[in-house]
Design a binder for this molecule. Structure first.
Ligand code: FAD
Length: 280
């Protein structure tokens, strides 16, 4: 039978994870419960972070947001200040599954899950967010851009805990859009998700930054600077992004289908962000 350990400090949590045999962090439990039910997770020792103070808080600084790992994905979606100051991030968290899952799933559990189809990391890649972690050996920081190392693999060490997420503001004048395309139903995992940010350069060109999920074994970051405008810029971005696509065929579609969907999602996201400029 599974045992849930409830440490009161991050140090205690780190020690438990290091000392117990094959222990895992338990956050919202939404992924863990499904994996257990599917017979894919055999861990019997879980370290529940709910009792560790300070992990469920949002702390604003002049240049961005420090969000604790136990903040729920629903809070990131609905918090008025996150929506106002980090709209792309709020939108991406609002794309996770359905409200029931989002109420329970945490932002630390989301990224630590390490799945290539996760929606929020797309926006975190665009913002060049940083993860803060702790373990028995100490604390460290690592960029989300360096976090996903392979299919279901991350740069998280054994017995290391995600404690928070630093998300800097977008550059002044940036506009953004999010496109999620699903094959089986609106609240399903994406077959293609794209977070897009556009920034005008001093020389009159446009920096396009894309975070892309479900189109390769890891989330993708694609960046380009173009003098093309509107639809032409969208087509250019889609062509460049497609060079990195390496989708995995499954019940949601063949690799060829997902490649096509990916190009459509990138084009739609760039077009939608461009329209934000005309509304600004
Ligand atoms: C029906 C369903 C549909 C879904 N659809 C989507 C979707 O469309 N888009 C999307 O992005 N996601 C989707 N998800 C995945 C969802 O985002 C994750 O289940 C959720 O974010 C995990 O968060 P959690 O807090 O529940 O993590 P848990 O289930 O508690 O943990 C998940 C993993 O992360 C580890 N972990 C948790 N917290 C930490 C931490 N602080 N430090 C280190 N390791 C930690 C755990 O040990 C475990 O390995 C879906 C999930 C379900 C159940």
């Amino acid at each position: 039978m599974a045992t849930l350990h409830r440490p009161q400090t991050i140090l205690e949590a780190g020690r438990l994870l290091a000392d117990l045999d094959d222990a895992q962090v338990y956050a919202g439990g939404t992924a863990i419960q499904i994996l257990r039910r599917q017979g894919l997770l055999f861990t019997e020792s879980f370290v529940d972070l709910t009792g560790v103070p300070g992990l469920a808080e949002l702390e604003w600084r002049t240049d961005g947001l420090l969000a604790g790992a136990m903040v729920s994905t629903r809070r990131m979606e609905t918090d008025p200040r996150v929506r106002a100051e980090l709209p792309l991030v709020a939108t991406a968290y609002g794309k996770v599954a359905n409200p029931r899952v989002r109420n329970t799933a945490t932002i630390g559990g989301n990224i630590a899950h390490g799945d290539h189809r996760l929606d929020p990391p797309t926006a975190l890649l665009v913002h060049d967010a940083t993860l803060h972690t702790a373990s028995r050996d100490g604390a460290r920081s690592l960029r989300v851009r360096e976090f996903f190392t392979g299919f279901q693999e991350t740069a998280l060490h054994e017995a290391e805990i995600v404690t928070g997420l630093w998300v800097p503001h977008a550059p002044t004048g940036a506009v953004s859009a999010y496109v999620k395309l699903t094959s089986l139903g609106e609240n399903d995992w994406p077959s293609a998700s794209v977070a897009c940010q556009l920034v005008r350069t001093a020389g009159g060109a446009t920096d396009i930054t894309l975070g892309i999920a479900a189109l390769a074994p890891t989330p993708l970051l694609v960046q380009l600077t173009t003098r093309a405008e509107g639809d032409a810029a969208a087509v250019e971005a889609a062509q460049l992004a497609a060079e990195s696509f390496d989708p995995i065929g499954d019940v949601r579609g063949t690799p060829a289908y997902k490649r096509k969907l990916g190009s459509v999602a990138v084009r739609d996201a760039v077009r939608a962000a461009w329209r934000e400029w005309s509304h600004a």
